[in-house]
Design a protein around this ligand. Structure first.
Ligand SMILES: *Cc1c(COP(=O)(O)O)cnc(C)c1O
Length: 419
């Protein structure tokens, strides 16, 4: 089994913990930057390429700034994500707004910022016109229906997904948007999540490039970009393979040259909206073992809980765990590693073989850099943790403080109870 290596040692972790108590999410600036550069390199063959980082994966302005410095834009889908992006200096075509069931206020904010708005439904053409206006550049989200297959396997089920429009609706939307003054068009689709294959993006790109040619022929619309959206995954498990982003970029280039270039559409820009691939491996949840328990199973209780990382409880997702300082010890103990919620699904690991864990040991829960902190919640009155950045020079920086009880009670500030 391949090894998964933490990006900090026990000594480094202890140094941070002296400053910021556990639990906290820790991010690796060096890893984030190197990966972002590889991403841009993979698509450097495409003149207009841009990665719009999916803000929902890791909504922290310090992280967004790092990605901005590496040439990324942002993909937002709510009012507050737009506000955070604005505060970081993103505007205009640096922003994709890929929302669904969007309130008028959010749509207006996206319009005011000049974002590339991605419409999720044909009826949203008139909604946008009424609440804000029709911008010159506009995108529509596509849903091909049926099942999405790769080779001989079913990857996902677009026919059951709430997102996007049929091809007929895309055609009608483009025609109507052109009549209302739109000049440049985008196509967007998100058909499979956390894919661990180099074939997903090329296959999706092939379908969207053919669609782009048909839409251009039918409506005369100028297609400015094809947005492959998110869905490129990572190897959460030690025995999984990593995606090869250079291969993926090359696979998309081949489809581009096969389909778009002969159609005279070689000026189409490729956009991506990756969240997980950009951040997940470069974040970890650092937590301390505070209890042990021996009943019908062996338990280790930690000071983090599902409120800090929901994926295992919500999807049964695997997150690898390293006991810092015991990297080379034999994994000869079987544990459930659990948090303190009054919910029996609050388990970071079930029947996991780990080195013997003592109270006070520091556990490093891997790959929490995306959809980790951000999915957190306050159940049982648990407070959100801090976020810490491990800088390239080895120093650390608090990039979000932990919540305090005052934060938890802040929404009662109108009432006499917590004055
Ligand atoms: C969630 C989301 C993404 C990012 O997905 P990942 O799986 O993190 O790559 C991109 N675009 C849209 C519209 C999304 O909703």
């Amino acid at each position: 089994m391949a090894e998964k290596k933490p990006f900090v040692t026990l000594a480094q972790a202890k140094d941070i913990i002296a400053d910021v108590p556990t639990p906290f999410h820790l991010y690796d600036e060096k890893g984030i930057r190197e990966n972002a550069r590889l991403m841009n390199q993979a698509f450097s063959w495409n003149k207009g390429f841009k990665e719009y980082f999916a803000v929902k994966a890791t909504p922290n302005p310090y992280i967004l700034k790092i990605l901005q410095e590496e040439g990324c834009g942002v993909d937002c889908s709510s009012y507050t994500e737009l506000l955070m992006s604005e505060a970081c200096g993103f505007s205009g075509s640096d922003i994709m707004f890929s929302s669904n069931e969007t309130p008028a206020e959010d749509m207006r904010k996206a319009y005011e910022l000049g974002a590339n708005i991605n419409l999720d439904d044909l009826t949203h053409v008139d909604f946008l016109r009424q609440v804000a206006g029709i911008p010159e550049t506009i995108c529509c989200r596509y849903n091909p229906g049926g099942v999405f297959t790769l080779g001989n396997g079913i990857m996902d089920n677009p026919g059951d997904a709430k997102y996007g429009m049929t091809e007929e609706q895309m055609t009608e939307a483009y025609t109507r948007l052109m009549a209302l003054g739109a000049k440049e068009f985008g196509i967007h689709a998100f058909l499979a999540s956390n894919t661990v294959t180099d074939d997903y993006y090329p296959e999706l790109a092939g379908q969207l490039f053919h669609l782009a040619v048909r839409l251009h022929e039918k409506t005369g619309a100028h297609i400015k970009f094809v947005n492959l959206s998110g869905g490129v995954g990572i190897a959460y498990k030690p025995d999984q393979r990593d995606n090869d982003i250079l291969k993926i970029g090359d696979g998309v280039r081949r489809k581009f040259e096969e389909i778009l270039v002969p159609a005279g559409m070689g000026d189409v820009a490729i956009y991506t909206e990756l969240g997980r691939f950009m951040l997940a491996p470069y974040g970890a949840l650092v937590t301390t073992a505070i209890h042990e328990k021996h009943i019908y199973k062996e338990y280790i209780g930690v000071d983090a809980c599902a409120a800090n990382l929901m994926r295992p409880a919500m999807y049964g997702a695997y997150h690898h765990i390293t006991v810092l300082g015991k990297e080379d010890a034999p994994c000869d103990h079987q544990y459930d590693v659990v948090g303190g919620l009054c919910e029996n699904n609050d388990k970071f690991a079930i029947d996991r073989m780990l080195p013997e864990i003592d109270k006070g040991d520091v556990l490093y829960i891997h790959d929490t850099g995306a959809h980790g902190f951000s999915m957190g919640y306050n159940y049982n009155g648990k407070l959100r943790s801090a976020e810490v950045l491990l800088r390239e020079d080895g120093s650390h920086q608090l990039i979000r403080r932990a919540e305090t009880p005052a934060d938890y009670f802040a929404t009662f500030d109108f009432s006499p109870f917590f004055q």
